[in-house]
Design a protein around this ligand. Structure first.
Ligand SMILES: *Cc1c(COP(=O)(O)O)cnc(C)c1O
Length: 504
C-alpha cells in the first residue's frame, strides 16, 4: 500500500485543466494591476482535469470513513446519516440565508427551529429549550450556568457538583469551567450509581448531580427516579448528559423521571456526520423552573388574529378568519445567562435533525433506539466468553469489553484495535471508560446490518485467536493500511506544519 503522491509531484509543465479560446482583447500585465502583490513565480501545480479528479478520488478513500466501512466507535455515534438530510440542508432557502435578515424575511427558518424545539421537548419530556449550544460539552456548560443562576437568584450559595465515576469525561470539565467543584460518586459493582453513596454525598453544598445515562459503560440507570428524588431532597437539581439519547428515544422520557435539565447531541442521535470537528448541535432542554435563565434570544411563536374575509356565492356566505403564526426572537429576558453562541446556533445541523425526525416519525425514532440497543447486545452476545466482559448487565447502545485476558500473551487492547484496521473496520474507542482496564468500547449503531455485525464479530474472533497463537503479528499491525503503526504522540510533540515542496 502506498500513499497518494502530492499534486506538486504529479505536476507536468504545460498541462492544464481548462480550454479557452485565444484572447481577442489585449492581455493584462498582472504587475500593472496588482503591483508588488502580483505573483512572480509560477509555483502552482500544472495538471489535467482527470489528473485532479483521480487524485482527489484516491485521497477520499485513503482514510476510513462511514461511507466506506463499519465504524464501531463508541460514544461518538459515527452512524450512517441519510443523504436526504444533507439535501435538505443544502436547499438554497436554508443554505443561502443571512443570519442578520429581519425576522419577517426568514419565517421559514425560525419556524423550523421553533418546531425542532417542540419535537425535542416532546422527546425529552421537558418544558423549555435552547438550541444555541454548539455541541454536547457546550450544552453541559450552558446547563450548569443556568443552574448556577437559578441558585444565585434564590440566594443559595452552593459550591459542589456531584459527578459519578462512570460519567463522560466532559462532565467534570464543564463543572470546573463553570466554577463549581467536581465531587466524584462511585458506581456499584453493576456499573450503576450507588444510591447509598449518593445519599451520603448529598448536602446543602451540592448544586446538582450530573448523570450520564446510559453511562459510559453503556448501562442504563434504571433507578433514575430514585436518583432524582434523593438529589431533590437536598434542594439540588439533576442534570442529565443526554448525548446518547439514541439509546432510549421514544421509550423513556427523562423529564418524566425527574431530570431538570439535559443536553441532546443532535450530531449523534439525530444525524449529522461529525468527528472531524465539524459543526454539531447541543440543545439544552429544561424544566420550567430554569426557563428564565435560558440563553437569549429565545425563539417564540405568536398567533396573529388575521383579517376576516367574507365570500358569498349564491345564498351562502363563507366567513373565514386567516390566522397566521409569526415566529420571532425574544431578547427581553432579564435573567438570561446571555448568549452562548453567535446568532441562533448551527442552523444546518438543525435542518438535518428536523429532517431526520420528520422522516422517521415517532415510531421510527423508537425503532432506531431499539435497533441501536439490539445491535450492541448482538455484539455483546457474539463476543462474550472470548473477550472479558467486566459488567455483565445487558447493555444499551454500546458494550464495554476488556482486552485484559490477552495480556498474558503480551497483547494489549491497542494491538487488537490496530489489527481491526487490516480488516477494513475502524477501531472502537479504547482505554475508555477509565474504570475498565484495557477497555474496548463498541457502539455498532442502529444502521448496521446483521451481516456487517457478523463480519465484525468474526474479525474479533480471528484476532483473539491470533493473540494466542501469533502475538508478534499483532504487534506489527496494521499492515494493510496506507501508513503502518504510527507513534501516537510524536505529531503533537514534534509539531511540523511547514509544507516542504518535494526536491527542496
Ligand atoms: C459525545 C459525548 C459528549 C460530548 O459531546 P460533544 O458534542 O463532543 O461536545 C458528552 N457526553 C457524552 C456521554 C458523550 O457521548
Amino acid at each position: 500500500m502506498s500513499t497518494e503522491t502530492s499534486l506538486f509531484e504529479l505536476s507536468r509543465p504545460g498541462r492544464q485543466a481548462w480550454s479557452l479560446p485565444e484572447l481577442d482583447v489585449p492581455g493584462l500585465d498582472p504587475e500593472q494591476v496588482f503591483g508588488s502583490a502580483a505573483r512572480k513565480d509560477n509555483s502552482l501545480p500544472e495538471l489535467s482535469e482527470i489528473d485532479i479528479a483521480r487524485h482527489f478520488t484516491r485521497l477520499s478513500v485513503l482514510n476510513h470513513h462511514v461511507d466506506k466501512g463499519f465504524y464501531p466507535l463508541g460514544s461518538c455515534t459515527m452512524k450512517y446519516n441519510p443523504k436526504v438530510n444533507e439535501q435538505a440542508a443544502r436547499l438554497p432557502g436554508f443554505s443561502d440565508i443571512h443570519p442578520l435578515l429581519p425576522e419577517s424575511a426568514c419565517q421559514g427558518a425560525l419556524k423550523l427551529m421553533y418546531e425542532l424545539g417542540q419535537y425535542l421537548k416532546e422527546i425529552t419530556g421537558l418544558d423549555a429549550i435552547t438550541l444555541q449550544p454548539a455541541a454536547g460539552a457546550h450544552g453541559e456548560l450552558t446547563g450548569i450556568m443556568m443552574i448556577r443562576n437559578y441558585f444565585e437568584k434564590k440566594g443559595e450559595n452552593r459550591t459542589d457538583v456531584l459527578v459519578p465515576d462512570s460519567a463522560h469525561g466532559t462532565n467534570p470539565a464543564s463543572v470546573t469551567v463553570s466554577g463549581y467543584k467536581s465531587v466524584q460518586v462511585k458506581s456499584n459493582e453493576k456499573g450503576r450509581i450507588d444510591l447509598a453513596e449518593l445519599k451520603q454525598a448529598c448536602s446543602e453544598n451540592v448544586a446538582c448531580l450530573m448523570v450520564t445515562n446510559p453511562n459510559t459503560l453503556g448501562i442504563f440507570e434504571t433507578e433514575s427516579r430514585q436518583i432524582c428524588d434523593i438529589v431533590h431532597s437536598c434542594g439540588a437539581l439533576v442534570y442529565l448528559d443526554g448525548a446518547n439519547l439514541n439509546a432510549y428515544m421514544g421509550i423513556h422520557r427523562p423529564g418524566d423521571a425527574g431530570f431538570d435539565a439535559m443536553h441532546i447531541n443532535l450530531h449523534k442521535t439525530l444525524s449529522t456526520p461529525h468527528g472531524g470537528g465539524g459543526p454539531g448541535g447541543g440543545p439544552v432542554a429544561i424544566k420550567a423552573i430554569l426557563e428564565p435563565f435560558l440563553p437569549k434570544p429565545v425563539i417564540r411563536m405568536s398567533k396573529d388574529e388575521g383579517r376576516r374575509t367574507k365570500a358569498s356565492s349564491g345564498n351562502s356566505t363563507l366567513d373565514t378568519r386567516h390566522s397566521t403564526f409569526r415566529y420571532w426572537l425574544d431578547y427581553d429576558r432579564p435573567d438570561s445567562i446571555g448568549r452562548v453562541l453567535a446568532f441562533s446556533g448551527h442552523f444546518g445541523v438543525f435542518v438535518k435533525a428536523y429532517t431526520y425526525i420528520r422522516m422517521l416519525g415517532s415510531q421510527g425514532l423508537r425503532d432506531a433506539a431499539e435497533c441501536a440497543v439490539l445491535n450492541a447486545n448482538y455484539v455483546r452476545a457474539g463476543l462474550e466468553g472470548i473477550y472479558d466482559l467486566p459488567y455483565k448487565e445487558r447493555c444499551l447502545h454500546e458494550v464495554v469489553f476488556s482486552g485484559s485476558n490477552f495480556r498474558q500473551y503480551g497483547v494489549r487492547t491497542l494491538d487488537i484495535a490496530k489489527r481491526l484496521l487490516d480488516y477494513g473496520i475502524h477501531a472502537p474507542t479504547i482505554y475508555f471508560p477509565l474504570i475498565v482496564a484495557e477497555a474496548l468500547m463498541i457502539e455498532p449503531t442502529e444502521t448496521e446490518s446483521r451481516q456487517s455485525l457478523d463480519r465484525f464479530i468474526q474479525a474479533m474472533k480471528e484476532i483473539a485467536e491470533q493473540a494466542k497463537t501469533d502475538p508478534e503479528q499483532l504487534h506489527e499491525a496494521p499492515t494493510q493500511t496506507p501508513v503502518r503503526r504510527l507513534d501516537e504522540a510524536r505529531a503533537s510533540r514534534q509539531l511540523d506544519v511547514n509544507y516542504q515542496e518535494p526536491g527542496n
